[in-house]
Design a protein around this ligand. Structure first.
Ligand code: UD1
Ligand code: CA
Length: 496
């Protein structure tokens, strides 16, 4: 099947510098949603991939496609056709014509209608099916809307067969009352389509070449017109404004939330979580309110995520507790670990099992082995930390000299006292203890107490004492307007 995605329109109502089809829904450009579905429909075919008709912001759209194919090779099948001037949907499809395989039907999608399901499109394609190589039916995806304003209307004969599509601006009052609308998504026999597109005229209210005019041509040619509808209305909703985008975002997020709950995940409130990418969950995962998941995140069985956590591109093990307000990006967290509240795991944080990272602790590009703890106010960067290590409050690995990053190695069973600075590169030997407040600039030998601390002394000392300010205030008061305010007060008091 040929797939053409119309995406040359401007999207004026978005009032954005970004082409409309690159606005994001659930963290992904609208066009990417459409292409993912299109590619999944074509997955068994090796031939040409989907064709995107670009126009407004064509360079941006092409850049997006080039970047997307670096991440996902299937996108390298996507090609573009340029519609330099936007003269209507029929004119847009005409630009893709030379790239179409005449032996295959053509599915038309819109770059700004992101949530049409694969199931619906497969159903539509089946409806248009003929024997391979033969032109068959036209299949239209229609929808009955309470308020059909703005859409093209499906005009049917007395016997119910589709006669034509009339655009809102060209419709009679009677036609405007029709509630069955054209979603714009259709499958057409390609050979006939070529003929029909070339016959289009722009003699209508908008002076555009309407793709919808091919329906009347198909009827005239005796090609059957079949229609079907999507299970859910949101599948056919296009994005024209930011408010529609936000509405669709909530609808989509609720769909994701329901899928997660069906798979055995508990959500404190399905309306208060956002998945911008893919979230894989084991059974009995619990997610509290306000969490945002970005990129690819997996949470293994029994893991609990506290409120208002942000987790991006991370792998979280079994029965992990991530407490409120933690920020986790590009990290691995082992089973039964305890993170947060207010913890920050940055890219390359690789925690083994039963690791505890507490409040205001930042870990970056560091491996921390099992049963180790950094529970309060610490920075662990570019480090290798062994097992059963305790990193005291306020400990900092000084990993950066302004130009280079250096490594800190902390071996098994080390105890690091509070407020220690480890000036990298430096190694703390197995079983070593660092006294609180140590600034470690040389390796600490194993099993010894290493301490760098100024010797404690006590001196006789008179702490400066503040002058009594009361007389000063009085003096100032007499000379300023404050005294005038004070005066009537006194009088008032006197009267009482
Ligand atoms: C179109 C349909 C209408 C349908 C509605 C559904 C026509 C004539 N009308 O109307 O029946 O109810 O969609 O939303 O087809 N585009 C181009 N180049 C152009 C014009 C449009 O690529 O020159 C693309 C747009 O980027 C968009 C899609 O085609 O993705 C639809 O364009 P839009 O202007 O929204 O069509 P409507 O007038 O709303
Ligand atoms: Ca539209």
């Amino acid at each position: 099947m040929n797939i053409v995605i119309l995406a040359a329109g401007q999207g004026k109502r978005m009032k954005s510098a970004l082409p409309k089809v690159l606005q994001t829904l659930a963290g992904k450009p609208l066009l990417q949603h459409v292409l993912n579905t299109a590619l999944s429909l074509q997955e068994k075919q090796t031939k040409a991939g989907p064709i995107v008709v670009v126009g407004h912001g064509a360079a941006d759209v092409k850049t997006f496609l080039a970047n997307a194919s670096k991440v996902d090779v299937s996108f390298s099948k996507v090609t573009t056709a340029l519609q330099a001037e936007q003269k209507g949907t029929g004119h847009a499809l005409l630009q893709a014509l030379p790239k179409l395989d005449a032996q295959e039907p053509t599915l038309v999608l819109y770059g700004d209608v992101p949530l049409t399901s694969k199931k619906t499109l497969s159903k539509l394609a089946k409806l248009a099916d003929g024997v391979r190589g033969q032109d068959s039916a036209v299949a239209l995806l229609t929808q009955n809307l309470k308020d059909p304003t703005g859409y093209g209307r499906i005009v049917r004969d007395a016997d119910g067969s589709v006669k034509e599509i009339v655009e809102e601006k060209d419709a009679s009052l009677a036609q405007k009352a029709i509630q069955e609308i054209n979603t714009g998504i259709m499958v057409l026999p390609t050979n006939a389509l070529k003929k029909w597109l070339k016959a289009l005229r722009a003699s209508n209210a908008q002076g555009e070449y309407y793709l919808t005019d091919v329906i009347a041509m198909a009827v005239k040619d005796g090609v059957p017109i079949r229609t079907t509808q999507a299970d859910d209305e949101f599948e056919i909703i296009g994005v024209n404004s930011r408010s529609q985008l936000a509405t669709l975002e909530r609808v989509h997020q609720l769909t994701i939330a329901n899928q997660l709950m069906d798979a055995g995940v508990s959500l404190a409130d399905p309306a208060r979580m956002d998945v911008r990418g893919t979230l894989e969950c084991g059974t009995d995962v619990f997610i509290d309110v306000g969490c945002v998941f970005e990129g690819c995140v997996s949470l293994a069985a029994g893991t609990k995520i506290g409120p208002y956590c942000i987790i991006r591109n991370s792998v979280i093990g079994n029965e992990v507790a991530i407490h409120a307000f933690s920020h986790i990006d590009g990290a691995k967290v082992g089973n039964q670990s305890v993170i947060g509240p207010y913890a920050r795991l940055r890219p390359g944080a690789d925690l083994s099992n039963d690791v505890h990272i507490g409040n205001f602790v930042e870990v970056k590009n560091s491996k921390i082995a099992a049963n180790s703890k950094a529970n309060h106010l610490a920075y662990v960067g570019d480090s290798i930390v062994g097992s059963r290590v305790n990193i005291g409050a306020g400990t900092i690995t000084c990993n950066y000299d302004g130009v280079n990053k250096h490594q800190t190695i902390i071996e098994d069973d080390v105890f690091i006292g509070s407020d220690t600075q480890l000036v990298a590169p430096v190694r703390v030997g197995r079983g070593a203890t660092l006294g609180a407040g140590t600034t470690l600039t040389k390796d600490a030998p194993p099993n010894q107490l290493t301490i760098s601390r100024a010797k404690q002394i006590s001196l006789k000392w008179q702490r400066p004492v503040k002058q009594d300010k009361k007389p000063v205030v009085k003096k100032v008061a007499k000379k300023t307007a404050v005294s005038k305010k004070a005066a009537p007060k006194k009088t008032a008091k006197g009267k009482k």
